[in-house]
Design a protein around this ligand. Structure first.
Ligand code: BGC
Length: 506
């Protein structure tokens, strides 16, 4: 070999060494990244842990806060709002009624023809319209005008058979699913917006007056006879078909619960107690707070970056459909930034808040294919990225952690309510029934559930139901039924509009 040949051989060997060194370094880096990713995930998972003893603390805290919120105004973060619904539907409701359901990304208008105990619901028609994002953060007048314009057009297009009786106004139940301090069954002031709505000028105003004013502007002759939260609408809609419904829970964009409470168990009640002896309490459990709640730094940043920092932090931002996807996104982003989960560059879509929706989380969580096809699809479509199988597996684990925590906390919340009304053990159910004449007559206590999270997320539902059984014990759990009450809140509002009709006494 000549001198030239020797030189080339040395250069070649050096290059091979350099490549090998580079590969080794890369592998070392990858290993370090993977360990770091696992460490981030494990930290998060530990922070989200909901062992049974912790859930029992949450149950007890819920009961304590319920008492405190009922004792006096501002007694707890749980508002325990009076609904002024002292009677629930009986089946005797009769006539043509409307409902307007505003509370999430969509709103609905609904028309029902009620025909008493025999005919029940003769006919119902509804329309759903999505609310443009800009209106959720725009002006008060624009929002109410938009809603009323849709309502007016719904009415213009209705058939001949739908005219109100001569000389009578059309009547409407207004489901307004935000915290409202009611002053009567048909009036109430907005306490704060939630779920991505933020229109400052509405806060403190009577939302029925705002709606009626918009109706005036649109020359729509209609009267709001009942203002109800969606939980209260769901309870009323559920009770119409099943007299054992005592509790209603919404697990949708937001989350909340209401239940039937004895009026004499409400120290903050002013004035004459209702004849029925009971009333419905809108808990506004989204703002429930307890130091026993399993929280992580990711939850804190999600809250800090939200439109309503400091609000709905304890419960809603851990459990509701609006936030689950974004919790998952945030933890994946952390793993991508600190541990190159998706390679050396972080996929830019991972930075976009709320880009990952809860239905995507449900789809990935449910993926049982060997190569996690659905996870591959969601990562490609939403984040415009791809990942190895082991990364896809960790993505599923993150979904499981986030949804599992949420579902188990919801179960603890429901058991807290059952405990408060004495329906959590086998022995004390009859006693509670004797004291409460709004109470159901059957053997069971029924919890009416509505919302996409319960309806369309099978693993969430299973976690929730299993945890309720764990907490209650098998025997007591047999006396409780959780039932899907699909879209009950609109019908429920129409039923309450009927029972509070201005013409009901004639
Ligand atoms: C609101 C509640 C509502 C719940 C479910 C929450 O954000 O504060 O009033 O019932 O969402 O829609």
């Amino acid at each position: 070999m000549g001198r030239m040949g020797v030189t080339l051989a040395i250069i070649g060997a050096a290059a091979t060494c350099a490549i090998a060194a580079h590969l080794v370094a890369k592998r070392v880096r990858q290993r370090a990244n993977w360990s770091r990713a696992l460490a981030i995930y494990h930290d998060f998972r530990d922070g989200c842990a909901t062992p049974l003893h912790r859930l029992r603390q949450v149950v007890d805290a819920m009961v304590v806060e319920m008492h405190a919120g009922l004792a006096l105004e501002g007694g707890s973060k749980l508002k325990m709002l009076l609904s002024y619904v002292d009677n629930l539907p009986t089946g005797e409701e009769n006539g043509l009624f409307y409902a307007l359901d505003l509370g999430g990304t969509n709103f609905r208008v609904l028309r029902v023809q009620l025909a008493g105990t025999e005919g029940r619901i003769l006919q119902q028609e509804y329309e759903e319209v999505s609310i443009p994002q800009a209106l959720m953060v725009g002006s008060n007048e624009e929002l109410f005008d938009f809603i009323v314009a849709e309502l007016a057009s719904f009415i213009t297009r209705e058939g001949e058979g739908f005219h109100p009786l001569l000389g009578r106004q059309r009547e409407l139940g207004f489901t307004f699913s935000f915290p409202v301090k009611q002053t009567s069954i048909d009036s109430g002031n907005l306490l704060k917006w939630t779920k991505g709505f933020a229109i400052k000028e509405t806060v403190g105003k009577d939302v029925v007056e705002e709606l009626q004013a918009a109706m005036g502007r649109h020359k729509l002759d209609m009267r709001v006879t009942a203002l109800v939260n969606d939980t209260v609408g769901t309870l009323a809609g559920g009770r119409y078909w099943n007299e054992d419904v005592m509790v209603a829970v919404i697990l949708g964009t937001g989350s909340n619960a209401c239940y039937v409470e004895r009026a004499d168990a409400i120290p903050k009640w002013r004035g004459v107690l209702p004849k029925s002896g009971s009333t419905v309490i809108n808990m506004e459990w989204g703002s429930f707070w307890s130091s026993h709640l399993p929280r992580t730094p990711v939850d804190d940043t999600l809250d800090a970056d939200s439109l309503n920092p400091g609000d709905q932090v304890g419960f809603e931002k851990l459990i509701s459909g609006m936030y689950l996807g974004d919790i998952v996104r945030r933890i994946l982003l952390k793993m991508a930034e600190e541990a190159a989960l998706f390679g050396n560059t972080v996929p830019s879509n991972l930075f976009i808040p709320f880009i990952l929706r809860t239905p995507d989380v449900s789809a990935m969580h449910a993926d049982e294919s060997a190569d996690l096809k659905e996870v591959t699809r969601v990562l490609r479509v939403v984040f415009k990225t791809q990942a190895s199988l082991r990364v896809r597996k960790i993505v599923v684990d993150v979904c499981d952690t986030v949804a599992g925590r949420a579902a188990r906390l919801v179960a603890a919340g429901v058991v807290g309510i059952l405990k408060k009304i004495g329906r959590d053990t086998v022995g004390n159910i009859d006693m509670a029934r004797l004291k409460n004449n709004l109470a159901g007559k059957g053997r069971k206590t029924v919890v009416a559930m509505d919302g996409g999270l319960y309806e369309h997320y099978p693993k969430f539902r299973t976690y929730l139901n299993d945890t309720a059984v764990e907490l209650l014990g098998k025997e007591a759990a047999e006396q409780v039924a959780v039932e899907l009450s699909k879209d009950g809140s609109g019908i429920g509002a129409a039923l309450l509009a009927a029972s509070h009709s201005q013409y009901s006494s004639d």
